[in-house]
Design a protein around this ligand. Sequence first.
Ligand code: AMP
Length: 115
Amino acid sequence: MPTIFSKIISGEIPADIVYQDDQVTAFRDVDPKAPVHILIVPNKEIPTVNDVTPDDEQTIGHMFVVAKLVAEKEGVAQSGYRLMLNCNRDANQEVFHLHMHLFGGRPLGPMLVRK
Ligand code: AMP
């Protein structure tokens, strides 16, 4: 079964795609937590960070290049932004297709609240 993100990447289901090439697709999160909330996703289905292999190094590095381009395009490069990846249960990962969140457009506060 393709992941929901694979269906977005292939065009099977709609999304607001802001960038796409042969390795990476970036689209707006359907439930944004900040004025700018974009998901940067490898076109290859990698379930979690735990599944990344040395063969994925180029693609993972490319995700950062795309993050930089998207931040510039969205006008948050200078004001600042946060990149975040969730892995498995304690991080509340919901979609098991690796993705980097890009948040920006407002002060984002501390990274985590201590409990
Ligand atoms: P995570 O908790 O890191 O797995 O985040 C998954 C993210 O995917 C959440 O922020 C969701 O709002 C987002 N999401 C789920 N389905 C879609 C969709 N169809 N289009 C855009 N974003 C989605």
